[in-house]
Design a binder for this molecule. Structure first.
Ligand SMILES: *Cc1c(COP(=O)(O)O)cnc(C)c1O
Length: 480
């Protein structure tokens, strides 16, 4: 059996032809491959262990080929080339910048919101040492949330604010710290699953809180909540159904009656708005997004939202509300487990500062600028791209089409934005092959495939990325 011969390693190959045996004996020693690699890779930073593994792998592959009857040459030059190619593949970073040409602004798989330049600078600036928990005036230990907390409070009109790793984490923390071991009432129509792993009933389990569902999928009334209140009830929770919509006859109580009911029974009213639509709420195209300030001003004790959806910042879970409740959250051991790192905090602070000035926010926060791009601009850019791609080697044809961009990130369901795209067909590559060719460019270009064509949407491609994207498109079409 080939398998058992292979296990014999170097001395294997009984039952091979004499040419095969000769080829096995002629395989170069590993140290010769490594010497060769050391000479070629001069100037490239590949870890010695990566080179050694690649050399071993190249030798093993050659041995397998010989045992399978391959009589071609397995000389030192060939094995060194194979090993070097493998070593380069293995030392390429997993995390790469990509060009998002999908038009999906909050693309969860591509890291949701792209950061504003001032947020990127702020994160890099503290990447070495920063005054993360150090008071520069007293020289003593300071507050980690000293920058972000007051800004959140100011922006949301709350007594206090804090932030953790993401909104799912914030939900677990709030439920556990404020309602642990007791009951929380939620409308059946709001038991959402977001992003495949945020499922409200499971979040409740993790937090050690009993979920009490009221109402039907489409209808819940304030009396339903009232009837469900027991001596075990700790809070009423309202969850924005961020990523789907129940159409037709629907009804659920607003923040004001929920706050009133909660306060009359000495319960907390917790408002999970999801998206952080500080600028977008109520604007044309964003009508269904709740204003994160509205719940608090109607009497909610606590409101929760994500940092990387319509707020346009880094991944984070933002919490604002009553001072004593925020203190309680920050003292919970789970807060320590979910706390933010210095780079995220710096980027979040810079993003929140932009939100203080709506005009700057719309201009400088890329997610907002992309969502707000006038459709005429998108058409103009798509036409320019098409004219620059026209005549490229390997191109069958290029069209400019009116299309829709989904917002993504579980935000604004069913409110796709009108856009214009470049739609490509290659001569010798299928739509899937062309989109794969785009993904292996440097930087990788991520497109959408639709009706046999590859679509490039200018909405999510920043001006500074256009030249490198067009260059990558030409290379991918030509099959490079
Ligand atoms: C997105 C969302 C979450 C989860 O937020 P992450 O920051 O992704 O953890 C929770 N609740 C609502 C209503 C959401 O829209």
């Amino acid at each position: 059996m080939a398998g058992s011969e292979q296990n014999g390693g170097k001395s294997g190959g009984e039952g091979l032809s004499s040419e095969g045996k000769q080829a096995l004996r002629a395989l170069p020693a590993i140290h010769l491959i490594l010497e060769q690699l050391a000479a070629i890779r001069e100037g490239e930073h590949i870890a010695p262990s990566v080179l050694a593994n690649a050399a071993r792998e190249a030798l093993e592959n050659a041995r397998s080929r010989i045992l399978a009857g391959d009589a071609t040459e397995h000389c030192l030059a060939r094995l060194s080339d194979e090993a070097l190619a493998q070593a380069r593949r293995n030392s390429r970073p997993f995390h790469q910048r990509v060009i998002n040409a999908t038009g999906i602004v909050l693309h969860t798989n591509l890291g949701r919101a792209p950061l504003a330049q001032v947020a990127i600078d702020a994160a890099l600036n503290v990447a070495r040492y920063g005054n993360l928990e150090f008071d520069l005036v007293s020289g003593k230990r300071g507050k980690r949330l000293g920058g972000v907390g007051p800004l959140l409070a100011q922006l949301l009109g709350a007594q206090a604010g804090t932030a953790v790793n993401n909104c799912a984490g914030a939900t677990v923390l709030v439920l556990r710290a404020l309602c642990g071991g007791r009951e929380v009432i939620v409308s059946r129509g709001q038991l959402v699953e977001i992003g495949g792993s945020f499922r409200l009933p499971e979040i409740f389990k993790v937090a050690g809180v009993k979920l009490v569902e009221v109402g039907a999928t489409n209808i819940s009334r304030i009396e339903d909540y009232e009837r469900a209140i027991t001596t075990e009830t700790a809070a009423l929770l309202r969850v924005h159904t961020a990523n789907y919509r129940v159409m037709g006859h629907t009804e659920s109580p607003g923040a004001a009656p929920l706050a009133k009911l909660a306060r009359a029974h000495g319960l907390w009213f917790i408002d999970d708005v999801g998206s952080g639509a500080l600028q977008t709420a109520g604007k044309v195209g964003f009508e269904t997004e709740p204003d994160p300030r509205a719940g608090l001003s109607a009497g909610a004790h606590i409101t929760l939202m994500s940092g990387d959806k319509l707020l346009g910042g880094p991944q984070a879970g933002l919490v604002a509300g009553d001072l004593d409740l925020i203190h309680k959250l920050e003292k919970d051991p789970l807060f320590r487990a979910l706390r933010l790192d210095k780079m995220t905090l710096a980027a979040l602070e810079a993003t929140l500062r932009l939100h203080l000035d709506p005009e700057r926010a719309w201009k400088e926060i890329p997610a907002l600028a992309m969502l707000g791009t006038p459709v005429d601009d998108l058409e103009r850019r798509a036409r320019i791209w098409a004219s620059l791609i026209e005549g490229s080697q390997g191109l069958q044809d290029v069209l400019v089409l009116a299309e829709k961009s989904p917002v993504g990130g579980g935000s604004l369901p069913g409110q796709d934005l009108p856009t214009w795209v470049v739609a490509l067909r290659a001569l010798k590559q299928s739509d899937d092959q062309l989109s794969a060719s785009l993904r292996v460019q440097q930087p990788p270009i991520i497109s959408r495939v639709q009706d046999g064509r590859v679509l490039l949407d200018p909405r999510t491609v920043q001006g500074t990325e256009e030249a490198e994207m067009l260059d990558g498109v030409k290379k991918a079409l030509a099959g490079h």
